[in-house]
Design a protein around this ligand. Structure first.
Ligand code: FAD
Length: 432
């Protein structure tokens, strides 16, 4: 039986309850702010900047949500790829605490926007998030992380859970235990994104689709943004193109500063109640500690299972099959169930595993590098950009101050990461 149905349609596109279309930009305009890229970061910036009275146009090369935002898993958390302990060791305690506070504020920001703009179709739930340990070394690592949160950040929203509690919450005996973080949840990413777009236009921002930015040129204290059918003279520009920065040469500097990494997702058909009730029975979302992260959640009795590890230019049947095998290993109860949706997208990895909210120049800002954890972080980054543009200094520490430059010998990075990924796949397959 062919279990995998190749489909480029995501579950989110198929089930989105709001459809929107925005015009192509044409003509000449002068404006306060141009935002390049219509994902969480760009839309949130447009919304917050418009609320602060800035005139703002957002230009998206395809449709809003075309990038990682519309394809994401919808897990909402204040996690970063870099651990707080590692950040403290490298940049000091203050930097680690500021990063931790950013993560919390990011979750708050999503919840507040959803509530303020009545985005009921975002289906947000503060469900909690379990990180499950695949080895005893990983369990020790989780213990260290929880200790750091409690002792350094006085944060008691995460607690260690043993193998029994993990098995009961996840519906699998694959793990040695885990951490249950209550300050996290899940949502329908495309409905949430479209809610942000609606809110941004109500606040006065103008959104344009099918409008790739071809060049961004600074001259005489202004920035000229050129598209196929027009030109905007702006006081400020935000580049929020994340892993999709090589669509045109206008954002090539950012493209050279990140490593795009493909992340894939499969979604089963709705499972019958007997099977569905054995998986994630309390509705939490979960990820495990394998080097190539796997995560899962349940939506309307479907099991949604995602993971990283492919570099292909497009959807990869091999990556979907690998995910399907992993899903069955963890949840044998879904064996033989058909996959109805399978899709993928790019995440933007950075060398320091941190996002960056930085100035490229006096008139051009960048908010990017969300390392696959951007639903909350990119949303909150938008609020921070709007603050910075209006003279308010958010407490974002190293996210603003660390260098975010093009990676030297960038062309050698991809083969290097490919080899590392194969090595990680090998280690993960042996639970090492
Ligand atoms: C499969 C997958 C699953 C994920 N799951 C999760 C998850 O569960 N939780 C989580 O927190 N994060 C997750 N992420 C990561 C998260 O989706 C991203 O970090 C976040 O969406 C980044 O948002 P963004 O606004 O920075 O960029 P994007 O959403 O990628 O938007 C960038 C946009 O810029 C546009 N663009 C590019 N060039 C131009 C140009 N020249 N002119 C105009 N527009 C341009 C692109 O078309 C694109 O729409 C996932 C990512 C993927 C791919």
């Amino acid at each position: 039986m062919n279990i995998l149905i190749p489909s480029t349609l995501s579950l989110w596109s198929a089930t989105s309850t709001s459809s929107q279309a925005f015009p192509v930009f044409e003509g000449e305009h002068t404006i306060d702010l141009v935002v390049v890229g219509g994902g969480f970061a760009g839309l949130s910036t447009a919304l917050h900047a418009a609320r602060k009275g800035m005139s703002c146009m957002l230009l998206e090369a395809h449709e809003v949500g075309f990038g990682g935002s519309g394809r994401s898993g919808g897990l909402v958390s204040g996690k970063f790829r870099a651990s707080f302990q590692a950040v403290m060791a490298q940049h000091g305690r203050e930097a680690a605490l500021q990063l931790h506070a950013f993560g919390k504020k990011a979750v708050d920001c999503v919840e507040q926007l959803i509530s303020e703009h009545n985005m009921t179709d975002a289906c947000y739930s503060r469900s909690g998030y379990i990180t499950a340990a695949h080895s005893s070394a990983a369990m020790k690592g989780l213990q260290t992380a929880v200790n750091w949160l409690e002792i350094e950040a006085l944060d008691h929203s995460s607690r260690l859970i043993d193998a029994e509690e993990t098995a009961a919450a996840l519906g699998t005996r694959s793990y040695l235990g885990g951490v249950f973080n209550t300050y996290a949840g899940h949502l329908h990413p495309l409905n949430y994104l479209r809610g942000l777009a609606r809110a941004a236009t109500v606040a006065g921002a103008q959104i344009f689709e099918h409008t790739p930015v071809r060049s961004i040129e600074e001259n005489g204290g202004w920035v000229t943004v050129v598209t196929d059918q027009g030109r905007i003279i702006a006081k400020q520009v935000l580049i929020s193109t994340d892993a999709y920065s090589n669509l045109t040469s206008a954002t090539k500097r950012l493209a050279r500063s990140i490593v795009p990494f493909r992340s894939s997702i499969i979604a089963t058909v709705p499972l019958n109640n007997n099977v569905a009730s054995t998986i994630l029975p309390r509705g939490v979302v979960a990820a495990d500690t394998k080097r190539l992260l796997r995560w899962y959640r349940k939506v309307d009795n479907r099991l949604i299972f995602g993971g990283r590890g492919a570099f292909d230019k497009d959807n990869s049947p091999a990556a979907f099959s690998r995910l399907y095998r992993q899903m069955q290993d963890i949840f044998p109860q879904v064996e033989g169930q058909r996959i109805e949706y399978s899709w993928s997208g790019l995440v933007a990895m950075t060398l320091d595993y941190l996002p960056h909210i930085v100035r490229q120049s006096d008139r051009v800002m960048i908010a990017a590098g969300f390392n696959g954890s951007g639903v909350a972080a990119a949303t909150y980054a938008g609020a921070c950009v709007a603050d910075l543009l209006t003279g308010v200094q958010p407490q974002i520490g190293i996210l603003q101050s660390l260098a975010f430059n093009p990676i030297p010998a960038r062309s050698l990075i991809d083969p290097g990461v490919r080899m590392l990924t194969a090595y990680y796949q090998f280690l993960d397959s042996w639970n090492l």
